[in-house]
Ligand binder design. Structure first.
Ligand code: GLN
Length: 536
């Protein structure tokens, strides 16, 4: 079959969970036997979110092939259980960058370069990349922001043209919109959604399906009104209420017939979905038998979305053991040697995730020391591993000034240092060590037992690494270098043999965890936290 395209657009306000709605539809279509891919088009001008502050924009997600992307791609991968590629996140910055480079090369033959057709053609060419993959049946494409935004206009115009190019029967447009509730008059209001649909129609696009985000059941009246004013059949107005368990949304939207109407809009066979595994996973999630508390110690705790893949991977880690993972958010700037015990004593495990810069570093080191000394399960990710090495070098090896060269220029013991191929790099965007790299796990280590394999692969995002000049001293003082790059040059994982669970990795394993396939390190960490809780 020729590739079918679903465009997911937002009306009234942003932050409606469009990405999760789109990802849920992906899961429902995959459950019908279709092969799915997803893309996110972000109208902002940054080339990618790699240089953005996590407090403003949330986590930077990294793909296998090493592209720094919007966090919605993490939702897509977790819901559709497919690895997305570098074309999966396109920004206005990328589009203009490419057009301007072509102009400089003289590719436009002296013509005036304009939004239409040059920018819109560039956008359309990015939609088409999914057709290169002959396996793809359905491509679900989300456009960030809302349809009224000035930055969105070239994208909407590109979709309008694209629909004509590939034929309207191959394209479905979904408008995800807000139905606000007025407390004073105790009623839901459909007018903002009608206005959003009208705004969309002004660009020449008719929504096929309208997904209503609402705090209360939408009811037949509102449904009929939206259907009438927005030119869609009432069954194509789908209710999407807040859910307690994110991963339950596909099952709820299945009951709302979202995928049924999408199949009809795309003129494809509506097969019976196989959602048995997903349903079993939700059952386990909704029927927990125990709870553990994990202290997440980091400096971006003001915005929980800054750690979204870590949070989701922790949740996944508890699914098999029917364990709810409660997160205790700990701003590392508040942790001192004195209060570390008070802050962490009720936790069953400590996790220190990735980060950049020196703010909050001391608190991370205090938290790691507390976990090491009290045998509290600890998982360190990227910066978390680097700080575990610094802590060990200071307290066990005895180098009091040990530090990462990123954080101290003066230290005589830069146990974490800039990677050789990072020297001389001045551009900040897209220049870290990014994407999937292999790692060999040493025999007899916790990591090897958990992964059940000698060679593994994880995604990375860093500039610094364990300094090989100090490796022998660290190892001879008992730090196990449990994972190395295949050439032996890069320390990818460390652990402590005389601790119930003290494991840290230079990689970001959280990016590969899926609800239906929890990541072994996170599963091992939650199991250890559970054992720690029981032994108290
Ligand atoms: N700042 C550290 C580095 O660049 C760690 C990066 C991270 O945690 N993602 O190596």
């Amino acid at each position: 079959m020729s590739t079918k395209y679903v465009f997911v657009l937002g009306g009234v306000v942003s932050g409606l969970g469009k990405g999760i709605t789109a990802a849920s539809l992906g899961r429902l279509l995959k459950a019908r036997g279709y092969s799915i891919t997803m893309q996110k088009f972000d109208p902002y001008i940054n080339v990618d979110p790699g240089t953005m502050n996590p407090i403003q924009h949330g986590e930077v997600f990294v793909t296998e092939d090493g592209i720094e992307t919007d966090l919605d791609l993490g939702h897509y991968e977790r819901f559709i259980d497919e690895n997305l590629k570098k074309d999966a996140n396109v920004t206005t910055g990328k589009v203009y960058w490419s057009v301007i480079q072509k102009e400089r090369r003289g590719d436009f033959g002296g013509g005036t370069v304009q939004v239409i057709p040059h920018i819109t053609n560039e956008i359309k060419s990015r939609f088409y990349t999914n057709e290169d993959d002959s396996k793809t049946h359905i491509s679900i494409i989300e456009v960030g922001g809302t349809i009224g935004d000035i930055e969105s206009q070239p994208f909407l115009e590109a979709i309008r043209q694209f629909r004509q190019d590939v034929g309207p029967e191959n394209v479905a447009i979904i408008l995800v919109s807000l139905i606000p509730y007025l407390k004073a008059s105790q009623e839901l209001k459909s007018k903002p959604t009608q206005m959003a649909a009208r705004e969309l129609m002004r660009t020449g696009l008719q929504p096929d399906i309208i997904v209503c985000r609402s705090d209360y059941p939408v009811g037949e009246d509102i449904r009929a009104k939206i259907a009438r004013f927005c030119n869609v059949p009432p069954e194509n107005v789908i209710e999407n209420l807040d859910v307690e368990y994110l991963y339950e949304l596909p099952l709820i939207l299945e009951k709302e017939h979202l995928a049924d109407v999408a199949c009809r809009a795309l003129s494809i066979e509506n097969r019976t979905p196989d959602l048995a595994d997903w349903t079993a996973m939700i059952d386990a999630l909704k029927n927990p038998t125990s709870t553990v508390t994990v202290a997440l110690v980091g400096k971006y705790t003001a915005l929980h979305d800054a750690y979204i893949s870590v949070v989701e991977a922790l949740k996944h880690g508890g699914i098999n053991s029917h364990t709810v993972v409660r997160i205790k958010w700990v701003n590392s700037e508040r942790v001192t040697e004195k209060n570390a015990e008070d802050i962490l004593k009720d936790a069953d495990g400590v996790i220190v995730p990735g980060g950049f810069g020196s703010r909050g570093i001391a608190g991370m080191i205090h938290a790691i020391r507390y976990a090491r000394e009290t045998k509290l399960p600890f998982l360190g990710l990227c910066l978390g591993m680097q700080m575990a090495v610094v802590e060990y070098a200071r307290d066990v090896v005895g180098w009091e000034d040990a530090h990462s060269a990123e954080l101290s220029a003066k230290t005589k013991h830069p146990v974490i240092d800039l990677m050789p191929d990072q020297r001389g790099i001045t551009d900040m965007g897209g220049t870290l060590r990014l994407g999937a790299y292999p790692c060999i796990l040493q025999k007899g280590t916790t990591a090897r037992r958990l992964y059940g394999a000698e060679e593994i692969s994880e995604r990375h995002r860093h500039r610094y690494e364990v300094n090989n000049d100090f490796r022998d001293a660290l190892a001879s003082h008992g730090l196990c270098l449990s994972g190395l790059s295949p050439d032996g040059r890069i320390v990818e994982m460390i652990e402590l043999p005389d601790h119930p669970f003290f494991v840290a990795t230079q990689a970001h394993p959280e990016f590969k965890s899926r609800p239906n396939r929890p990541h072994p390190l996170f599963k091992g960490f939650i199991d250890a936290a559970l054992a720690h809780k029981k032994a108290r």
